[in-house]
Write a protein that binds this ligand. Structure first.
Ligand SMILES: NC(=O)c1ccc[n+]([C@@H]2O[C@H](COP(=O)([O-])OP(=O)(O)OC[C@H]3O[C@@H](n4cnc5c(N)ncnc54)[C@H](OP(=O)(O)O)[C@@H]3O)[C@@H](O)[C@H]2O)c1
Length: 338
């Protein structure tokens, strides 16, 4: 009880500070103040009655910042310079808006060139590194960059925000520190190019999601738990997480049975689709986008789909070619549909 009262107070004081900072930034953009000047207490008081959400609504009608349409509020507390805030905000906006066309391009490319790891590994993609080391180096930075933003962020650490932090780390600590050591056959490897591309994606993605949630967002009050998007998003995330873990475990069991050959997976969702692990992953990050209600989350969900949908299709086609007896009613990714 005491804890939730103090959470509400902290959240409100944050919103007040932020709305003041937001209006100061607007004045700067209108050429009215010096970007390096800290915001004074008086100026802050002047704007206390405004809220970022109202400010944002006004800005939608009257955009001042071309890239974001003025929709994003600055991250900095009152005594930081506007110049610093704008540099950060600009970097975030540029990366965010580039991420969507890049994901689309990746999706189209992956329809023609299947990523050369696992069963599609082939020569010409650089030196090889062990699967175990590759997965670890690709995924660990996601957990670390996100934790870094959590530690420096000034957005109040309310319970919903703590839950987002927990879910992200739950996924990435498993993917980086547990999954690579569960892979049965340590002799399998992947090209360095895959490692580097995965690493770049993970760094950019953790930057976008971490800096949005912990520095740029308006925060998530305790009442966020009762919002339909939070309830639906967390339900999607949890379902996807469980499906992904179970499906990967099923494949690992097959690999343990036979180190050299692929086998047809059976049981559970494998009755319906060839790649329930990818379906679970897509559900997870779709749920994340809905629960956080953020463009950074949406970018992650779109990227996950762009990476995994073409790969699911390639796996499905491969299974059908490799195993003449492959169940004909099974689809690639979406039960009964595709
Ligand atoms: N968020 C993203 O953008 C993203 C991108 C990529 C991967 N991921 C996630 O990372 C995890 C692994 O991805 P992945 O592409 O490596 O998945 P995968 O191709 O399904 O392979 C997973 C593991 O199971 C083995 N395996 C697969 N099919 C098998 C079969 N029929 N018989 C025996 N063993 C089989 C693979 O061995 P081989 O290595 O020898 O094929 C590999 O060790 C998944 O959970 C996926 O969702 C996420």
């Amino acid at each position: 009880m005491t804890r939730s009262v103090s959470e509400i107070e902290v959240y409100h004081s944050f919103i007040e500070q932020k709305s003041a900072a937001f209006y100061h930034l607007k004045c700067y953009r209108g050429g009215l103040v010096d970007p390096e000047e800290p915001i004074s207490i008086d100026e802050r008081r002047k704007y206390l009655h405004k809220t970022p959400r109202n400010a944002r609504r006004n800005d939608l009608l009257n955009p001042v910042f071309p890239l974001s349409g003025g929709r994003l509020t600055p991250w900095f507390p009152a005594n930081h310079s506007i110049g610093a805030a704008m540099t950060h905000e600009t970097l975030y906006n540029v990366m965010l808006w580039i991420s969507f066309p890049l994901a689309l391009t990746t999706f189209v490319l992956l329809r023609f060139v299947t990523a050369p790891y696992g069963r599609y590994k082939r020569k010409g993609w650089g030196p090889l590194v062990s699967n175990r080391l590759g997965w670890f180096l690709m995924e660990a930075p996601s957990a670390m960059v996100f934790a870094y933003f959590f530690s420096i962020g000034n957005v109040p650490k309310t319970s919903p925000l703590l839950l987002f932090f927990f879910l992200w780390e739950l996924h990435y600590i498993h993917r980086a520190f547990v999954y690579p050591f569960q892979i049965a056959d340590t002799k399998r490897n992947m090209p360095l190019t895959i490692l580097i591309m995965g690493l770049i994606f993970n760094l950019g993605n953790a930057y976008l999601n971490g800096s949005y949630l912990f520095l740029l967002s308006d925060g998530y009050p305790v009442s966020w738990f009762t919002k339909p998007q939070m309830i639906l998003g967390i339900a999607f995330f949890t379902t996807g997480f469980l499906i992904n873990r179970w499906a990967d475990k099923t494949l690992r069991a097959l690999r343990k049975e036979n180190h050299d050959e692929y086998q047809i997976p059976h049981g559970g969702l494998y009755h319906w689709v060839s790649c329930p692990n990818y379906l679970g992953e897509i559900l997870e990050w779709g749920g994340w986008a809905i629960a956080t209600w953020s463009l950074a989350g949406l970018s992650f969900a779109v990227w996950t789909f762009a990476n995994l949908a073409p790969r699911a299709y390639a796996h499905h086609r491969w299974y059908r070619q490799y195993f003449p007896e492959y169940p004909s009613e099974r689809k690639a990714l979406l039960p009964g549909i595709w």
